[in-house]
Ligand binder design. Sequence first.
Ligand SMILES: [Zn+2]
Length: 436
Amino acid sequence: MSARFDLNKALAFRTADPAELADRQNPLLQAHLRQALKTSFYQELFARIGCLPEEINLGNLTSLPLTSRHDVEANPEAFFAVPPEMQADLALTSGSTGAPVLVPYTALDLERLAFNERMNFHGAGVNKNDRFLLCVTLDRCFVAGLAYYTGLVGLGASCIRSGPGQPARQWELIDRLRPSGLVGVPSFLLKMAQWGKRHGYNPGKNGISSLVTIGEPVRRADNSLTPLGRELEEAWHGRVFSSYGATELETAFCECTAAAGGHVHPELMIAEIVDEAGNSVKPGEPGEVVVTPLGVEGFPLVRFRTGDIARLHTSPCRCGWRTARLGAIEGRLAQRLKVKGTTIYPEMIFQALQELPEISCCYLEVRSAYDLSDQIHIVIGMDDPATVELGRISDHLQARLRVKPEITVQARDVVQETMEQSGGRKLKRFFDFRGK
Ligand SMILES: [Zn+2]
């Protein structure tokens, strides 16, 4: 293993004061920019703005243009920095907003990613005595599952590569192998607990103390748990940890035991938050997450706009680390809704609906209205649609979000089927018909 990925060195980096941190990060940033210069996209970009990587540091990084998802999707090969023989893993993005993009990882990139997750699990209090049931996809060109696996193995912990779905099989493994932690999508982990209860297992007494989650928010902007996060902790009697990452960025954030946002790992990434014009916002203010990974070999992005909305917290963390933390993902920029002058994100509606136990599942449809307002239609799935109290649901949304969308109720299976139709890795919960 490369000396760069040494746990003790990395821990010292996290407690350094801001000046020392910058001294150590600047050379990493410059090395990353030199690697980016091997791609045709950044060759053109640096030539256009008449700038050399050695002129860029943490202080003037914001002078470089942002790289958008559109840039990457339009020509992914323009971001390849190594020849095909150096590409070790050919990962595909999940394609939630466009066609899946090929992101080649080199052997060093895989080692770097494993180290990233190793630091994430370490921060979440996981150690070599832990045993994790991985209820996430480890194949299908998906990189997150592989990252969790290699990170846990690097930490000396044990892994059970169970994969997603099939609660009965998951419970057989829990019963037999007694894991201390789970990794999975929150709604599935909750479904697993509920299935277990119905079939004579006791999810609260199985020794599972950590639930590392991916894909759906379990925390709000103020770091409190969402209804889904709370239900998960209650069902399993364990602690929920929110993690966030992107295949293109080769970077992942995870909460530490202080549960105050996902730590930025200083040798692996620089995170910024920008407004709509691309200008930096003040710490603690919401905006679009922009990340520059450091030390990536195969697909080195610079100031990549994730399209996700969150806040960056820069005060020292209660866990003792002084690095910044990325708050909960509050929504996706492309899914921003304008309702009579108010900005809301679908996620806010989903979280408000999670507070109503009778709703099993739901999705949103949005269309353009004549008054420049977005027209929201919520389709709710219930086990017994005849028992619906539409007025109560509508009042609840009005109280929480000050919106009164149209609501339709259908049988749970029908709604579930619509959400599964998209064929992606995730259930589709947002159908955007604006401008169509
Ligand atoms: Zn912390």
